[in-house]
Design a protein around this ligand. Structure first.
Ligand code: NAD
Ligand code: UDP
Ligand code: UDP
Length: 317
């Protein structure tokens, strides 16, 4: 029997956040979703609004927030390169001021606080697969830096609040995650490929398509986040959460095309600046600490994601 908690999810109307809110409610918790709707939408949480234990609040985490909760998941931040580069200064502010405000809140309430960090703290990695002790290779001046360095500084704040104020922190380094409710226009590879293939448009491969990523289905990721939150106070992370099944972008395109009927062509586009060549998590620590590993194979996850976008595109006419 799980005791009912009051849980704050910042970025709760986003892709991962909306799935997390759903799962927390299903476990019987009260959920306060805070979002400024920059990349998230009320559509993502429309089905949760009638739930008596759910509350949605429009708020920007760069401003202080005074609420009473037991646990905080800090997910607020645009996550796709197209969105986080749209207003890079706001991205850095969201990461840093957002983390500071959530840490101040956690300090006052003696609440646990979990930071949604990212594999981007490793930059374009020289170590493969990436383990948590690898310090990363980030270009601090490039177009990805607002996100990467913002998230790195947020991690620093988390560990300083722990050392200085004994705040109960958890840091998850999330690797590429996909699934229903990804934004159709956010430019991420899985949503781009599926939307392009379903609309009969060419599938856009950046560079030669030889760069690799490893894709985790959102349900698995949410399970990992909740397991990390449930650990004892000595467990702080950082912990990698992702699926270690590494594939090339070209292979992903072939998989998506096979699921969507194979009618689209491939189109090569220039590789964006600072695009990491290889990325794949070492999840040994998550396995040991959380007894966690992803369960949903890429084929099943892609099928469910294709079904979601197919329905959306039909609704849009
Ligand atoms: P998303 O863009 O769908 O969700 C982010 C949410 O944060 C949106 O609802 C957005 O409106 C909200 N937001 C942005 N700025 C805000 C602000 N200043 N105040 C309040 N709300 C704000 O992205 P996502 O994929 O769901 O990512 C969620 C978190 O997970 C992010 O912190 C992201 O950095 C992290 N993450 C995601 C991935 C991934 O592959 N999806 C990988 C690594 C890390
Ligand atoms: N903060 C908040 N909610 C709270 C407590 C603090 O948003 O319930 C913010 C506060 O405005 C500050 C930040 O969190 O900007 C850090 O708070 P802390 O108490 O650590 O720092 P201080 O207020 O002493 O600068
Ligand atoms: N990518 C691609 N075509 C697209 C979108 C992305 O080839 O339409 C590539 C991109 O260059 C990168 C990989 O797919 O190498 C993953 O990109 P995404 O933006 O999803 O995530 P990230 O680069 O942050 O891992």
């Amino acid at each position: 029997m799980i005791s009912r908690k009051r849980v704050l999810v910042t970025g709760g109307a986003g892709f991962i956040g909306s799935h997390l809110c759903e799962r927390l409610l299903a476990q019987g918790h009260q959920v306060l979703c805070v979002d400024n709707y920059f990349t998230g939408t009320r559509d993502n949480i429309a089905h949760l609004l009638p739930h008596p234990q759910f509350e949605a609040m429009r708020h920007d985490v760069t401003f202080p927030l005074y609420v009473e909760v037991d646990e905080i998941y800090n997910l607020a931040c645009p996550a796709s390169p197209v969105h986080y580069q749209f207003d890079p200064v706001q991205t850095t502010k969201t990461s840093i001021s957002g983390a500071l405000n959530m840490l101040g809140l956690a300090k006052r309430l003696k609440a646990k606080v979990l930071q949604a960090s990212t594999s981007e703290v490793y930059g374009d990695p020289e170590v493969h697969p990436q383990t948590e002790d690898y310090r990363g290779s980030v270009n601090p001046l490039g177009p990805r830096a607002c996100y990467d360095e913002g998230k790195r500084c947020a991690e620093t704040l988390f560990f300083d609040y722990r050392r200085q104020h004994n705040v109960r922190i958890k840091v998850a380094r999330i690797f590429n995650t996909y699934g229903p409710r990804m934004h159709p226009n956010d430019g991420r590879v899985v949503s781009n490929f599926i939307v392009q293939a379903l609309s009969g448009k060419p599938v856009t491969i950046y560079g030669e398509g030889t760069q690799t990523r490893a894709f985790c289905f959102v349900d698995d990721l949410v399970d990992g986040l909740m397991r990390l939150m449930a650990t004892d106070d000595e467990v702080t992370g950082p912990v990698n959460l992702g699926n270690p099944h590494e594939i090339t972008v070209r292979e992903l395109a072939d998989r998506v095309l096979a699921l969507c009927g194979d009618s689209s062509l491939l189109e090569k586009r220039p590789l964006p600046q600072d695009d990491p060549v290889r990325r794949c998590p070492d999840i040994g620590l998550a396995k040991r600490l959380l007894g966690w590993e992803p369960k949903v194979p890429l084929e099943d996850g892609l099928r469910r994601t294709v079904a979601y976008f197919d329905q959306r595109l039909r609704q849009a006419g």
